[in-house]
Design a protein. Structure first.
Length: 54
């Protein structure tokens, strides 16, 4: 099951991922825009190894 694999690999359960529901990535051609992130969203993305932007 996906939720078990996510927990095993990242030590994060699906309930914790709910804070990312408000994150939007818009791609138009080669341009990308990401919605503003709050600190808890940034911390979770760091924890699971996601990098947005450069």
């Amino acid at each position: 099951m996906l939720s078990r694999r996510i927990y095993k690999e990242y030590n994060v359960d699906l309930k914790e991922l709910e804070i990312l529901q408000g994150v939007y990535l818009v791609c138009i051609g080669k341009e990308e825009a990401v919605s503003r992130l709050n600190e808890s969203q940034k911390d979770l993305l760091d924890k699971i190894g996601v990098e947005l932007g450069s």
